[in-house]
Design a protein around this ligand. Structure first.
Ligand SMILES: C[S@@+](CC[C@H](N)C(=O)[O-])C[C@H]1O[C@@H](n2cnc3c(N)ncnc32)[C@H](O)[C@@H]1O
Length: 209
């Protein structure tokens, strides 16, 4: 049954199918700056803060680390990734949903993070998603994310043995859309690192509502 945008359902089914293969692939990435950015977020939040993670995947190890200090809610559209996350991070709450259509209470999170998930979001849904994130955050709440940087409206093809969908804007468009959603940009960097199949370039952003 298709409940979401068909492109998002394709992404969810893909991550259902590649489960463990994605975890192994991810472990072979070299130079991912996520730990440094995560440390910056942690340094800006009080213990016990309410943190929402969009596209949390299997929750290991990022959600797990965040859940040691904060009240974490993870969202993912892949039932299999959510199943794995619930098993690995029992102290966090997980919601199986498409975050581009999910309804959450306004001003109910101190920080919202999303690592490497927005490059699966259809371009036209990115600005409305940033607007939702802005609404879900408390005033001065933090938004941290790693965004795709290619100028690609739609790419459908194989990722680790299952079909998926990718879509992204160049960095200057990403920055503008985050600002237009009402955020103040605190840090904005384009970073290239090595994935198992070649170099990958993402834009890391930290912004404040
Ligand atoms: C590349 S994985 C990243 C997983 C994890 N954040 C990490 O860094 O390892 C992208 C994840 O985002 C999820 N995702 C993509 N689009 C989504 C959407 N619209 N709603 C919920 N989850 C989504 C996928 O199911 C997948 O688990």
């Amino acid at each position: 049954m298709t409940r979401n945008d068909p492109r998002t359902d394709l992404v969810g089914r893909g991550y259902d199918a590649i489960g463990e293969r994605f975890a192994e692939w991810r472990d072979r990435i070299v130079g991912d700056p996520r730990r440094e950015w995560e440390a910056e977020l942690v340094s800006r939040l009080p213990e016990g803060a309410r943190v929402l993670e969009l596209g949390c995947g299997a929750g290991v190890p990022d959600t797990q680390r965040l859940a040691k200090r904060f009240q974490v809610t993870g969202v993912d559209v892949s039932a299999e990734q959510v199943r794995r996350a619930r098993a690995s991070v029992p102290e966090a709450v997980f919601i199986e949903a498409d975050f581009t259509s999910l309804e959450l209470e306004q001003e109910s999170f101190d920080a919202i993070v999303s690592f490497y998930a927005f490059n699966h979001v259809p371009r036209e849904l990115l600005a409305p998603t940033f607007a939702r994130i802005h609404r879900w955050l408390v005033p001065s709440g933090l938004f941290m994310t790693a965004l795709g940087t290619s100028d690609v409206e739609s790419w459908v093809g194989d990722f680790l043995g299952a079909p998926t969908f990718f879509s992204s804007f160049p960095p200057e468009t990403n920055t503008r859309l985050v600002q237009e959603a009402g955020f103040e940009i605190l840090r904005d960097e384009v970073v290239t690192f090595r994935e198992p199949d070649g170099d990958a370039t993402f834009q890391w952003l930290l912004a404040r509502r």
